[in-house]
Design a protein around this ligand. Structure first.
Ligand code: DX5
Ligand code: ZN
Length: 229
């Protein structure tokens, strides 16, 4: 089976109604989401606090597609098993969060889950060069992590191209996270990204009572990306 490098939309539930996650997750999936992106923040690695393993466990029964857990926490290793048991399909750790990121990725793979490695905007592409044998995905942050609704950092597009060349034919996804919308989606898709995380651009203007707006927003992002991919 060939590796699926087609454009995939992963809404970030950081922009969803926190009082209604179950229905929000089902709504975005019904409206065409390919993955569900879950931002885990610890108030230490990033200046915001979100979801512990119990919350992620509560989301799991509502996710029918693929639960993509983005760990913005330091340390990472003590929590890997808990997020794996909570039902994550992909667990992504930041290279900046773990002095032993090679061992961290090994530990994620040892749980049987997919392993992702993330780069903050200030971290060069070379930081993942020796990690590609252990990674199922490289996440290039296009905002400084911690909040939704921030402006896309354009000078990260070159980094995406560099990583796409580094990966070659290997079965590794390139995920982009932060400020993705119909205007920035073509830039990252043309550079080689296949998984597009979007929070504010998917949830804006919609609700569980008006989910078709989520669908329209995702369609606009997908169409813009596919026009160049
Ligand atoms: C930020 C998170 C992102 C964020 C994206 O630290 O990792 O996933 O929710 O939100 P938007 O798409 O609004 O920039
Ligand atoms: Zn994220």
């Amino acid at each position: 089976m060939t590796f699926d490098r087609s454009i995939k939309i992963a809404p970030s539930i950081l922009s969803a109604d926190f009082a209604d996650f179950g229905r929000e997750i089902r709504a975005i999936e019904d409206q065409g989401a390919d993955w569900v992106h879950v931002d885990v923040m610890d108030g230490h690695f990033v200046p915001n606090l979100t979801f512990g393993p119990p919350a992620v466990k509560a989301f799991r029964p509502h996710v029918k597609t693929f639960m993509d857990v983005h760990l913005m926490i330091a340390p990472v290793d003590p929590y890997i098993d808990a997020y794996a048991e909570a039902g994550a399909d992909m667990i992504t750790a930041h290279v900046e969060a773990s002095p032993h990121i090679h061992r961290t990725l090994q530990a994620i793979r040892a749980t049987g889950k997919k392993a992702g490695v993330a780069l903050n905007p200030g971290t060069p592409a070379s930081a993942v060069e020796t990690l590609l044998d252990l990674a199922d995905m490289v996440l290039v942050m296009t905002v400084n992590p911690g909040f939704g609704g921030q402006k896309f950092i354009h000078n990260q597009v070159e980094k995406i191209k560099t990583i796409r060349n580094m990966i070659g034919d290997r079965e590794i996804h390139i995920q982009i996270d932060g400020g993705v919308d119909p205007t920035t989606a073509p830039l990252v898709a043309a550079a080689g990204a296949d998984v597009l995380v979007a929070g504010s651009a998917v949830f804006k203007g919609g609700s569980v009572d008006a989910p078709q707006i989520y669908g329209d927003n995702m369609l606009a992002i997908r169409a813009a990306a596919q026009s160049v991919a």
